[in-house]
Design a protein around this ligand. Structure first.
Ligand code: GCO
Length: 460
Protein backbone atom coordinates (compact mmCIF):
# COMPACT_ATOMS: atom_id res chain seq x y z
CA UNK A 1 0.00 0.00 0.00
CA UNK A 2 1.13 3.49 -0.83
CA UNK A 3 -0.08 6.34 1.31
CA UNK A 4 -0.24 10.03 0.62
CA UNK A 5 -0.92 11.66 3.95
CA UNK A 6 -1.56 15.39 3.98
CA UNK A 7 -0.35 17.96 6.53
CA UNK A 8 -2.31 17.97 9.75
CA UNK A 9 -4.27 21.17 9.24
CA UNK A 10 -5.11 20.50 5.61
CA UNK A 11 -8.77 21.39 4.88
CA UNK A 12 -11.00 19.15 2.76
CA UNK A 13 -14.07 20.83 1.37
CA UNK A 14 -16.46 21.22 -1.52
CA UNK A 15 -17.49 24.28 -3.51
CA UNK A 16 -20.62 25.66 -5.15
CA UNK A 17 -21.98 29.05 -6.18
CA UNK A 18 -25.20 30.96 -5.63
CA UNK A 19 -26.65 31.07 -9.12
CA UNK A 20 -25.73 27.45 -9.83
CA UNK A 21 -27.57 25.94 -6.84
CA UNK A 22 -29.89 28.36 -5.04
CA UNK A 23 -32.94 28.86 -7.25
CA UNK A 24 -35.46 31.19 -5.57
CA UNK A 25 -34.39 33.69 -8.20
CA UNK A 26 -37.02 36.32 -7.32
CA UNK A 27 -38.00 35.29 -3.82
CA UNK A 28 -38.08 37.37 -0.64
CA UNK A 29 -37.09 40.59 -2.31
CA UNK A 30 -34.19 39.33 -4.42
CA UNK A 31 -33.35 41.60 -7.37
CA UNK A 32 -32.52 40.53 -10.92
CA UNK A 33 -28.92 39.64 -11.75
CA UNK A 34 -27.22 39.52 -15.14
CA UNK A 35 -27.47 35.74 -15.01
CA UNK A 36 -31.24 35.90 -14.44
CA UNK A 37 -31.49 38.19 -17.45
CA UNK A 38 -29.11 36.13 -19.59
CA UNK A 39 -30.73 32.76 -18.88
CA UNK A 40 -34.17 34.25 -19.53
CA UNK A 41 -33.02 35.42 -22.96
CA UNK A 42 -33.91 32.78 -25.58
CA UNK A 43 -30.96 31.09 -27.22
CA UNK A 44 -28.33 31.83 -24.58
CA UNK A 45 -28.43 28.59 -22.57
CA UNK A 46 -28.49 25.03 -23.87
CA UNK A 47 -32.04 23.61 -23.84
CA UNK A 48 -33.37 26.92 -22.56
CA UNK A 49 -32.35 25.97 -19.01
CA UNK A 50 -32.31 28.62 -16.28
CA UNK A 51 -31.20 28.86 -12.66
CA UNK A 52 -34.74 29.79 -11.53
CA UNK A 53 -35.00 26.65 -9.41
CA UNK A 54 -31.59 24.98 -9.85
CA UNK A 55 -31.00 22.67 -6.84
CA UNK A 56 -33.47 24.62 -4.72
CA UNK A 57 -30.68 25.12 -2.20
CA UNK A 58 -32.43 28.32 -1.11
CA UNK A 59 -35.03 26.10 0.60
CA UNK A 60 -33.15 22.85 1.05
CA UNK A 61 -29.93 24.08 2.61
CA UNK A 62 -30.56 22.48 6.03
CA UNK A 63 -30.85 19.08 4.33
CA UNK A 64 -27.74 19.82 2.28
CA UNK A 65 -25.76 20.73 5.38
CA UNK A 66 -26.76 17.36 6.86
CA UNK A 67 -25.43 15.75 3.69
CA UNK A 68 -22.16 17.67 3.96
CA UNK A 69 -21.85 16.51 7.53
CA UNK A 70 -22.45 12.90 6.55
CA UNK A 71 -19.73 13.14 3.94
CA UNK A 72 -17.48 14.67 6.56
CA UNK A 73 -16.74 17.94 4.74
CA UNK A 74 -14.59 20.28 6.78
CA UNK A 75 -15.38 23.38 4.72
CA UNK A 76 -17.97 24.59 2.25
CA UNK A 77 -17.25 27.33 -0.27
CA UNK A 78 -20.39 29.08 -1.46
CA UNK A 79 -21.11 32.49 -2.90
CA UNK A 80 -23.47 35.27 -1.98
CA UNK A 81 -25.98 36.54 -4.50
CA UNK A 82 -25.37 40.29 -4.45
CA UNK A 83 -29.00 40.87 -5.52
CA UNK A 84 -30.39 39.10 -2.46
CA UNK A 85 -28.58 41.56 -0.23
CA UNK A 86 -28.84 44.71 -2.37
CA UNK A 87 -31.54 44.08 -4.98
CA UNK A 88 -30.51 47.09 -7.07
CA UNK A 89 -26.80 46.62 -6.42
CA UNK A 90 -26.48 49.75 -4.31
CA UNK A 91 -28.59 51.56 -1.74
CA UNK A 92 -31.47 49.77 -0.13
CA UNK A 93 -30.58 46.62 1.83
CA UNK A 94 -32.91 43.60 1.73
CA UNK A 95 -32.79 42.20 5.30
CA UNK A 96 -34.37 38.88 4.21
CA UNK A 97 -31.45 38.24 1.87
CA UNK A 98 -28.84 39.01 4.47
CA UNK A 99 -30.69 36.87 6.96
CA UNK A 100 -30.64 33.88 4.59
CA UNK A 101 -26.83 33.93 4.50
CA UNK A 102 -26.62 34.53 8.22
CA UNK A 103 -28.67 31.39 8.89
CA UNK A 104 -26.59 29.45 6.37
CA UNK A 105 -23.34 30.48 8.08
CA UNK A 106 -24.77 29.56 11.49
CA UNK A 107 -26.00 26.23 10.15
CA UNK A 108 -22.56 25.39 8.77
CA UNK A 109 -20.81 26.39 11.98
CA UNK A 110 -23.22 24.27 14.05
CA UNK A 111 -22.36 21.31 11.82
CA UNK A 112 -18.66 21.96 12.38
CA UNK A 113 -18.12 23.03 8.76
CA UNK A 114 -15.98 26.08 7.99
CA UNK A 115 -17.86 28.55 5.77
CA UNK A 116 -15.73 29.95 2.99
CA UNK A 117 -17.68 32.88 1.58
CA UNK A 118 -17.20 34.16 -1.96
CA UNK A 119 -18.62 37.61 -2.50
CA UNK A 120 -18.84 37.34 -6.26
CA UNK A 121 -19.39 34.36 -8.50
CA UNK A 122 -20.49 36.17 -11.66
CA UNK A 123 -24.03 37.34 -10.80
CA UNK A 124 -23.77 41.13 -11.06
CA UNK A 125 -26.99 43.03 -10.28
CA UNK A 126 -28.74 43.79 -13.58
CA UNK A 127 -29.35 47.34 -12.34
CA UNK A 128 -25.57 47.88 -12.21
CA UNK A 129 -25.08 46.38 -15.65
CA UNK A 130 -27.53 48.97 -16.90
CA UNK A 131 -25.32 51.65 -15.39
CA UNK A 132 -22.32 50.34 -17.32
CA UNK A 133 -21.50 47.03 -15.60
CA UNK A 134 -17.88 46.12 -14.89
CA UNK A 135 -16.49 48.39 -17.62
CA UNK A 136 -17.67 51.27 -15.39
CA UNK A 137 -15.49 52.28 -12.44
CA UNK A 138 -18.58 52.98 -10.31
CA UNK A 139 -19.25 49.21 -10.22
CA UNK A 140 -16.03 48.71 -8.25
CA UNK A 141 -17.20 51.32 -5.75
CA UNK A 142 -20.58 49.58 -5.51
CA UNK A 143 -18.78 46.29 -4.85
CA UNK A 144 -16.87 47.82 -1.94
CA UNK A 145 -20.16 49.06 -0.45
CA UNK A 146 -21.75 45.64 -0.88
CA UNK A 147 -18.70 44.03 0.77
CA UNK A 148 -19.14 46.41 3.68
CA UNK A 149 -22.79 45.39 4.15
CA UNK A 150 -22.02 41.67 3.99
CA UNK A 151 -18.92 41.67 6.17
CA UNK A 152 -20.57 43.79 8.84
CA UNK A 153 -23.23 41.12 9.06
CA UNK A 154 -21.19 37.91 8.72
CA UNK A 155 -17.65 39.01 9.47
CA UNK A 156 -17.85 37.96 13.11
CA UNK A 157 -18.53 34.34 12.12
CA UNK A 158 -17.12 33.68 8.66
CA UNK A 159 -13.33 33.38 8.74
CA UNK A 160 -12.58 32.77 5.05
CA UNK A 161 -13.43 35.39 2.46
CA UNK A 162 -13.04 35.22 -1.29
CA UNK A 163 -13.55 38.52 -3.09
CA UNK A 164 -13.94 37.18 -6.64
CA UNK A 165 -14.20 33.79 -8.22
CA UNK A 166 -12.37 33.72 -11.56
CA UNK A 167 -12.43 37.33 -12.74
CA UNK A 168 -11.10 35.81 -15.97
CA UNK A 169 -14.52 34.35 -16.71
CA UNK A 170 -16.43 37.52 -15.81
CA UNK A 171 -14.06 39.67 -17.83
CA UNK A 172 -13.32 37.45 -20.82
CA UNK A 173 -16.32 35.12 -21.22
CA UNK A 174 -18.77 37.86 -20.20
CA UNK A 175 -17.40 40.91 -22.04
CA UNK A 176 -15.12 39.56 -24.78
CA UNK A 177 -16.44 36.17 -25.90
CA UNK A 178 -20.06 36.87 -25.01
CA UNK A 179 -20.84 33.32 -23.95
CA UNK A 180 -21.50 34.31 -20.35
CA UNK A 181 -23.66 37.13 -18.99
CA UNK A 182 -23.91 39.94 -19.93
CA UNK A 183 -23.03 38.49 -23.37
CA UNK A 184 -20.86 41.31 -24.74
CA UNK A 185 -18.08 40.82 -27.33
CA UNK A 186 -15.74 43.78 -27.10
CA UNK A 187 -12.07 43.80 -26.12
CA UNK A 188 -12.18 47.42 -24.96
CA UNK A 189 -15.03 46.72 -22.58
CA UNK A 190 -13.45 43.46 -21.52
CA UNK A 191 -10.14 45.05 -20.51
CA UNK A 192 -11.93 47.83 -18.65
CA UNK A 193 -14.11 45.22 -16.92
CA UNK A 194 -11.05 43.21 -15.88
CA UNK A 195 -9.40 46.32 -14.48
CA UNK A 196 -12.43 47.20 -12.37
CA UNK A 197 -12.83 43.61 -11.18
CA UNK A 198 -9.23 43.64 -9.95
CA UNK A 199 -9.62 47.10 -8.48
CA UNK A 200 -12.83 46.05 -6.71
CA UNK A 201 -10.92 43.08 -5.28
CA UNK A 202 -8.33 45.38 -3.73
CA UNK A 203 -10.94 47.83 -2.43
CA UNK A 204 -12.96 44.98 -0.91
CA UNK A 205 -9.90 43.54 0.83
CA UNK A 206 -9.45 46.78 2.66
CA UNK A 207 -13.10 46.67 3.78
CA UNK A 208 -12.78 43.05 4.92
CA UNK A 209 -9.65 43.93 6.93
CA UNK A 210 -11.69 46.57 8.76
CA UNK A 211 -14.87 44.64 9.38
CA UNK A 212 -13.49 41.14 9.90
CA UNK A 213 -9.93 41.60 11.14
CA UNK A 214 -9.66 38.01 12.39
CA UNK A 215 -10.51 36.50 9.04
CA UNK A 216 -8.42 35.36 6.08
CA UNK A 217 -9.10 36.90 2.71
CA UNK A 218 -8.03 36.17 -0.84
CA UNK A 219 -9.11 35.79 -4.44
CA UNK A 220 -9.76 32.77 -6.65
CA UNK A 221 -8.03 32.65 -10.05
CA UNK A 222 -7.97 30.01 -12.75
CA UNK A 223 -4.67 30.34 -14.57
CA UNK A 224 -4.65 27.59 -17.19
CA UNK A 225 -1.30 25.84 -17.52
CA UNK A 226 -0.46 25.92 -21.19
CA UNK A 227 2.18 25.06 -23.74
CA UNK A 228 2.83 25.34 -27.48
CA UNK A 229 1.64 22.38 -29.57
CA UNK A 230 5.03 22.19 -31.30
CA UNK A 231 8.28 24.18 -31.11
CA UNK A 232 7.21 26.13 -34.25
CA UNK A 233 7.45 29.90 -33.84
CA UNK A 234 3.73 30.50 -34.49
CA UNK A 235 2.73 27.94 -31.87
CA UNK A 236 5.07 29.53 -29.39
CA UNK A 237 3.57 32.95 -30.15
CA UNK A 238 0.05 31.57 -29.65
CA UNK A 239 1.10 30.10 -26.33
CA UNK A 240 2.68 33.39 -25.16
CA UNK A 241 -0.44 35.29 -26.11
CA UNK A 242 -2.81 32.90 -24.33
CA UNK A 243 -0.65 32.68 -21.22
CA UNK A 244 -0.41 36.46 -21.33
CA UNK A 245 -3.99 37.60 -21.74
CA UNK A 246 -5.53 34.74 -19.76
CA UNK A 247 -3.02 34.16 -16.94
CA UNK A 248 -0.35 36.84 -16.46
CA UNK A 249 -2.75 39.72 -17.13
CA UNK A 250 -4.49 38.80 -13.85
CA UNK A 251 -1.68 37.39 -11.75
CA UNK A 252 0.94 40.07 -12.41
CA UNK A 253 -1.03 43.07 -11.08
CA UNK A 254 -2.32 41.06 -8.11
CA UNK A 255 1.29 40.50 -7.10
CA UNK A 256 2.53 44.04 -7.45
CA UNK A 257 3.56 44.10 -11.09
CA UNK A 258 1.92 46.04 -13.86
CA UNK A 259 -0.07 44.55 -16.71
CA UNK A 260 2.47 42.54 -18.74
CA UNK A 261 4.13 44.86 -21.26
CA UNK A 262 4.35 42.29 -24.07
CA UNK A 263 0.62 41.61 -23.93
CA UNK A 264 -0.24 45.28 -23.60
CA UNK A 265 1.72 45.94 -26.80
CA UNK A 266 -0.02 43.06 -28.50
CA UNK A 267 -3.46 44.35 -27.50
CA UNK A 268 -2.57 47.63 -29.18
CA UNK A 269 -1.21 45.89 -32.24
CA UNK A 270 -4.35 43.78 -32.56
CA UNK A 271 -6.51 46.90 -32.28
CA UNK A 272 -8.07 45.84 -28.97
CA UNK A 273 -6.82 49.09 -27.45
CA UNK A 274 -6.18 52.33 -29.28
CA UNK A 275 -2.97 53.01 -27.36
CA UNK A 276 -0.97 51.61 -24.49
CA UNK A 277 -2.19 54.42 -22.21
CA UNK A 278 -4.91 52.44 -20.53
CA UNK A 279 -7.89 54.81 -20.43
CA UNK A 280 -9.30 53.19 -17.29
CA UNK A 281 -6.08 53.19 -15.25
CA UNK A 282 -5.87 55.87 -12.54
CA UNK A 283 -2.95 56.77 -10.31
CA UNK A 284 -2.83 54.48 -7.28
CA UNK A 285 -4.84 51.67 -8.89
CA UNK A 286 -1.93 49.25 -9.07
CA UNK A 287 -1.29 49.71 -5.34
CA UNK A 288 -4.93 48.96 -4.52
CA UNK A 289 -5.01 45.88 -6.75
CA UNK A 290 -1.87 44.53 -5.07
CA UNK A 291 -3.25 44.84 -1.53
CA UNK A 292 -1.76 41.77 0.19
CA UNK A 293 -3.96 38.69 0.53
CA UNK A 294 -3.73 35.81 3.00
CA UNK A 295 -4.14 33.17 0.32
CA UNK A 296 -4.63 32.61 -3.34
CA UNK A 297 -7.32 30.18 -4.44
CA UNK A 298 -6.55 28.24 -7.61
CA UNK A 299 -9.15 26.47 -9.72
CA UNK A 300 -7.92 23.74 -12.01
CA UNK A 301 -9.61 21.49 -14.54
CA UNK A 302 -7.37 21.14 -17.60
CA UNK A 303 -4.42 22.47 -19.56
CA UNK A 304 -4.41 24.23 -22.90
CA UNK A 305 -2.12 23.27 -25.79
CA UNK A 306 -1.87 26.10 -28.29
CA UNK A 307 -1.29 26.21 -31.97
CA UNK A 308 -0.76 29.24 -34.16
CA UNK A 309 -3.48 28.37 -36.62
CA UNK A 310 -5.14 31.70 -36.30
CA UNK A 311 -8.64 32.16 -35.00
CA UNK A 312 -9.96 35.30 -33.35
CA UNK A 313 -7.91 34.65 -30.23
CA UNK A 314 -4.79 34.26 -32.29
CA UNK A 315 -4.48 30.64 -31.41
CA UNK A 316 -6.53 27.51 -31.12
CA UNK A 317 -6.46 24.68 -28.69
CA UNK A 318 -4.84 21.83 -30.50
CA UNK A 319 -7.13 18.78 -30.46
CA UNK A 320 -4.70 16.26 -29.08
CA UNK A 321 -4.61 12.87 -30.63
CA UNK A 322 -5.95 11.06 -27.60
CA UNK A 323 -8.63 8.51 -26.92
CA UNK A 324 -12.02 9.61 -25.58
CA UNK A 325 -11.36 8.15 -22.14
CA UNK A 326 -8.77 10.87 -21.78
CA UNK A 327 -11.57 13.46 -21.62
CA UNK A 328 -14.44 14.26 -19.32
CA UNK A 329 -17.94 14.92 -20.62
CA UNK A 330 -17.01 18.60 -21.02
CA UNK A 331 -14.50 17.43 -23.61
CA UNK A 332 -11.73 18.56 -21.29
CA UNK A 333 -8.53 16.58 -21.31
CA UNK A 334 -7.71 14.74 -18.09
CA UNK A 335 -4.25 15.94 -17.17
CA UNK A 336 -3.49 15.77 -13.43
CA UNK A 337 0.14 16.70 -14.04
CA UNK A 338 -1.18 20.15 -15.00
CA UNK A 339 -2.29 20.79 -11.44
CA UNK A 340 1.24 20.15 -10.22
CA UNK A 341 2.56 22.49 -12.94
CA UNK A 342 0.04 25.16 -12.02
CA UNK A 343 0.84 25.08 -8.32
CA UNK A 344 4.59 25.11 -8.88
CA UNK A 345 4.39 27.87 -11.48
CA UNK A 346 2.32 30.11 -9.24
CA UNK A 347 4.42 29.32 -6.20
CA UNK A 348 7.78 29.96 -7.80
CA UNK A 349 6.64 33.00 -9.78
CA UNK A 350 4.54 34.84 -7.19
CA UNK A 351 5.38 33.28 -3.79
CA UNK A 352 1.90 33.39 -2.22
CA UNK A 353 2.00 32.63 1.51
CA UNK A 354 -0.76 30.10 1.18
CA UNK A 355 -2.52 28.28 -1.63
CA UNK A 356 -5.97 26.70 -1.57
CA UNK A 357 -7.18 24.56 -4.45
CA UNK A 358 -10.62 26.12 -4.51
CA UNK A 359 -12.06 24.04 -7.37
CA UNK A 360 -11.24 20.81 -9.14
CA UNK A 361 -13.57 18.17 -10.46
CA UNK A 362 -15.05 16.41 -13.44
CA UNK A 363 -18.30 16.21 -15.37
CA UNK A 364 -19.64 12.73 -16.08
CA UNK A 365 -23.26 11.92 -16.61
CA UNK A 366 -23.50 8.67 -14.62
CA UNK A 367 -26.90 8.34 -13.00
CA UNK A 368 -28.42 5.78 -10.65
CA UNK A 369 -27.71 2.16 -11.66
CA UNK A 370 -30.23 -0.68 -11.18
CA UNK A 371 -28.81 -1.18 -7.68
CA UNK A 372 -29.85 2.40 -6.88
CA UNK A 373 -26.30 3.74 -6.61
CA UNK A 374 -24.25 6.00 -8.81
CA UNK A 375 -21.03 4.26 -9.78
CA UNK A 376 -18.96 7.23 -10.92
CA UNK A 377 -15.68 5.40 -11.01
CA UNK A 378 -14.26 7.81 -13.60
CA UNK A 379 -14.79 10.78 -11.28
CA UNK A 380 -13.03 8.91 -8.47
CA UNK A 381 -10.07 8.23 -10.77
CA UNK A 382 -9.99 11.89 -11.82
CA UNK A 383 -10.06 13.20 -8.24
CA UNK A 384 -7.50 10.68 -7.07
CA UNK A 385 -5.01 11.67 -9.77
CA UNK A 386 -5.39 15.33 -8.96
CA UNK A 387 -5.13 14.87 -5.20
CA UNK A 388 -1.91 12.94 -5.80
CA UNK A 389 -0.60 15.86 -7.83
CA UNK A 390 -1.30 18.19 -4.89
CA UNK A 391 0.52 15.86 -2.58
CA UNK A 392 3.54 16.00 -4.84
CA UNK A 393 3.39 19.80 -4.92
CA UNK A 394 3.41 19.86 -1.12
CA UNK A 395 6.44 17.57 -1.12
CA UNK A 396 8.15 20.10 -3.37
CA UNK A 397 7.46 22.73 -0.72
CA UNK A 398 4.39 24.52 -2.05
CA UNK A 399 2.17 25.80 0.80
CA UNK A 400 -1.09 24.15 -0.32
CA UNK A 401 -3.43 24.05 2.67
CA UNK A 402 -6.80 22.98 1.34
CA UNK A 403 -8.78 21.33 -1.43
CA UNK A 404 -12.36 21.96 -2.52
CA UNK A 405 -13.96 19.52 -4.89
CA UNK A 406 -16.20 21.02 -7.55
CA UNK A 407 -18.94 20.38 -6.80
CA UNK A 408 -21.03 19.17 -3.89
CA UNK A 409 -24.20 18.83 -6.01
CA UNK A 410 -24.87 18.43 -9.70
CA UNK A 411 -25.89 21.94 -10.70
CA UNK A 412 -26.46 24.60 -13.36
CA UNK A 413 -23.37 24.64 -15.57
CA UNK A 414 -23.77 28.15 -16.99
CA UNK A 415 -24.37 28.24 -20.75
CA UNK A 416 -24.47 24.42 -20.77
CA UNK A 417 -27.43 24.34 -18.37
CA UNK A 418 -28.07 21.03 -16.63
CA UNK A 419 -26.33 18.97 -19.31
CA UNK A 420 -23.16 18.59 -17.25
CA UNK A 421 -23.03 16.88 -13.87
CA UNK A 422 -20.05 17.84 -11.72
CA UNK A 423 -21.48 16.78 -8.34
CA UNK A 424 -20.27 14.13 -5.96
CA UNK A 425 -23.97 14.08 -5.04
CA UNK A 426 -26.49 13.27 -7.77
CA UNK A 427 -29.50 15.58 -8.08
CA UNK A 428 -32.76 14.42 -9.60
CA UNK A 429 -34.05 17.73 -10.95
CA UNK A 430 -37.69 16.51 -11.11
CA UNK A 431 -37.91 15.55 -7.46
CA UNK A 432 -34.89 17.42 -6.05
CA UNK A 433 -33.82 14.17 -4.40
CA UNK A 434 -30.12 13.99 -3.56
CA UNK A 435 -28.15 10.78 -3.90
CA UNK A 436 -24.50 10.66 -2.84
CA UNK A 437 -22.49 9.09 -5.65
CA UNK A 438 -19.73 6.54 -5.06
CA UNK A 439 -17.30 9.47 -5.30
CA UNK A 440 -18.91 11.06 -2.23
CA UNK A 441 -18.38 7.86 -0.26
CA UNK A 442 -14.80 7.65 -1.55
CA UNK A 443 -14.21 11.33 -0.68
CA UNK A 444 -15.39 10.78 2.91
CA UNK A 445 -12.71 8.16 3.23
CA UNK A 446 -10.08 10.53 1.87
CA UNK A 447 -11.15 13.08 4.46
CA UNK A 448 -11.14 10.56 7.31
CA UNK A 449 -7.68 9.33 6.34
CA UNK A 450 -6.49 12.85 5.61
CA UNK A 451 -5.21 11.62 2.26
CA UNK A 452 -5.05 8.72 -0.11
CA UNK A 453 -4.27 5.12 0.54
CA UNK A 454 -3.92 3.25 -2.73
CA UNK A 455 -2.78 -0.14 -3.82
CA UNK A 456 0.73 -0.18 -5.33
CA UNK A 457 0.38 -0.40 -9.12
CA UNK A 458 1.24 -3.86 -10.43
CA UNK A 459 4.22 -4.17 -12.76
CA UNK A 460 2.93 -5.05 -16.25
C1 GCO B 1 -15.65 27.99 -12.64
C2 GCO B 1 -16.80 28.08 -11.91
C3 GCO B 1 -17.75 26.97 -11.79
C4 GCO B 1 -17.92 26.01 -12.92
C5 GCO B 1 -16.90 24.93 -12.93
C6 GCO B 1 -17.07 23.91 -14.02
O1 GCO B 1 -14.79 28.25 -11.88
O2 GCO B 1 -15.59 27.85 -13.84
O3 GCO B 1 -16.39 28.46 -10.65
O4 GCO B 1 -18.87 27.73 -11.58
O5 GCO B 1 -19.17 25.44 -12.83
O6 GCO B 1 -15.64 25.49 -13.09
O7 GCO B 1 -16.97 24.51 -15.27
Amino acid sequence: MKTHTFPQNFIWGAAASAYQIEGGWNEDGKGESIWDRFSHTPGKILNGDTGDIACDFYHRWPEDIRLMKEIGLQAFRFSIAWTRVLPAGRGKINPAGLDFYSRLVDGLLEAGIVPCVALYHWDLPQALQEMGGWPARSTAEAFAEYTDVVTRSLGDRAKYWVTFNEPTCSGLLGYQMGIHAPGICDWGQSLAAIHHLLLAHGMALQVIRNNAPQSQAGIVIDPIPCQPATPAAEDYAAYRWFDGYHNRWFMDPLYGRHYPADILAEHVQRGNLSSSDLPFLQPGDYEIIATPTDFIGLNYYRREVLSGKVDDRGGTSEPLDQPDEQHTKMGWEIYPQGLLELILNVYTEYRPAKILITENGASYSDGPAPDGRVHDQRRIAYLQGHIQAIHKAIEFGAPVEGYFVWSLLDNFEWSLGYSQRFGIVYVDYDTQLRLPKDSAIWYSQVIRQNGLVEPESQPA
